[in-house]
Design a protein around this ligand. Structure first.
Ligand SMILES: *Cc1c(COP(=O)(O)O)cnc(C)c1O
Length: 389
């Protein structure tokens, strides 16, 4: 049998660095700052709401295909309260199995084989795989270090658009660099999308984790309503990454298109959790403010510790990741560095090169997650400082 079992589209996506690094963390009893999940659960009140729903028999059988009405209304209300956006919960909101399914369904729904997708590099690992599954081609536009942050070069973005470009896949706040695109940058992206008649998918899962600047949904710019698929989820905002409740918002036409693909991926998921997330979205502003303040303090703690340990630190304006440059430590290969770090000091991180097509651009950068308990971060910093000594 000459033909490989795995189809050609997926051949380059068989392993993920997260599995390798998490296994290494367990083996060496290291602190895992690799994968981005919180080590404490979200609010008790929200967890209790899930238990109540489950016991009351709400959502234990297939919920409605587009998501339960309570959650669709809560998503619409959240968009109104936070951003002044008006959405019809019946036609402009679709509940998905986390943002991951929302991304997959959107790409599968909107792309034809051979289409080009422009995405900001370094990028979240599912983007490349889903673009490949859709038979489309990814065209990376590289965010580059500038001072103590990463920036988008708008000329490069413009130059990446060809007659074959169907859509731009945007992620702001951006994982792994922590970049939050400014109003001016978003306005320029929107203008470009209108001028070249492109669709845009925006991954906004870190919308509430912004420490400097503000999160502005791209859909709020002129001409973007009919061409933007906005995606978010409960995982990062409420610290329940295992629940996998996400959502798509957009025009009725775009939402209907995404639903056509989504219905054959999972059909539905997370029944009782949908009820709990509907309650979570209605939490008062104080919840979001506290979440942000808590994570900002953790960012500052880890950023200072990494700098003391000898890393060059790029200060994230959002998300819960810090990207560092390892060259000041006399290192240049992020893969080798991350594979040796658990043995050397008992900490696990992720080499940013895995998020690049142009691997050389990311070679000497390493990502640390700070969504961990303060005592865990303090211990990690103590361990990392051994590198300097
Ligand atoms: C975590 C993450 C997701 C996945 O979100 P889920 O709701 O857990 O599926 C998508 N995009 C980015 C950028 C992420 O960091």
């Amino acid at each position: 049998m000459e033909r490989p079992l795995l189809n050609r589209r997926l051949a380059e996506f068989t392993t993920t660095i997260f599995a390798e690094m998490s296994a290494l963390a367990v083996q060496t009893n290291s602190i895992n700052l690799g994968q981005g999940f919180p080590d404490t659960d979200g609010p008790d009140q929200v967890r209790d709401a899930a238990v109540r729903a489950l016991r009351a028999g709400h959502g234990n059988q297939y919920p409605p295909g587009p998501g339960i009405p309570e959650l669709r209304r809560a998503v619409a209300e959240h968009q109104r309260r936070c951003y002044g956006l008006e959405l019809d919960p019946d036609t402009e909101v679709l509940v998905t199995t986390g943002a991951t399914e929302a991304i997959a369904a959107s790409l599968l729904a909107l792309l034809e084989p051979g289409d080009e997708v422009v995405a900001l590099e370094p990028y979240y690992d599912s983007y490349a795989a889903c673009i490949a599954l859709a038979g489309a081609r990814r065209v990376p536009v590289t965010l580059r270090p500038d001072g103590d942050s990463y920036v988008l070069d708008l000329d490069e973005l413009r130059a990446a658009i060809t007659p074959r470009t169907r859509l731009i896949l945007l992620n702001t706040p951006h994982n792994p660099t922590g970049t939050v695109l400014t109003r001016e940058e978003l306005a320029a992206v929107a203008e470009l999308a209108v001028e070249r008649d492109l669709l845009v998918i925006t991954d906004e899962v870190y919308e509430h984790l912004v420490y400097e600047g503000e999160h502005i949904p791209l859909v709020s710019f002129p001409g973007m309503r009919e061409r933007t698929v906005s995606i978010s989820s409960a995982g990062k905002t409420f610290s329940f990454t295992g629940w996998k409740v996400g959502w798509v918002t957009g025009s009725p036409e775009l939402v209907a298109a995404v639903r056509a693909a989504k219905q054959f991926l999972t059909y539905v998921a997370s029944g009782p959790f949908q009820y709990a997330v509907a309650e979570a979205l209605a939490l008062p502003d104080a919840y979001y403010t506290t979440l942000r303040a808590d994570l900002q303090a953790k960012r500052d703690l880890l950023a200072a510790g990494l700098a003391d340990a000898g890393f060059k630190v790029y200060r994230p304006a959002g998300t819960y990741f810090i990207t560092t440059d390892i060259r000041p430590l006399g290192e240049s290969d992020g893969f080798a560095f991350c594979r040796s770090l658990p043995e050397r000091c008992g900490v696990v991180a992720i080499p940013n090169a895995v998020f690049y097509d142009h691997r050389e651009e990311g070679e000497h950068f390493v990502r640390f997650a700070f969504c961990k308990r303060t005592d865990v971060l303090t211990e990690a910093v103590t361990r990392l400082k051994q590198l300097a000594g």
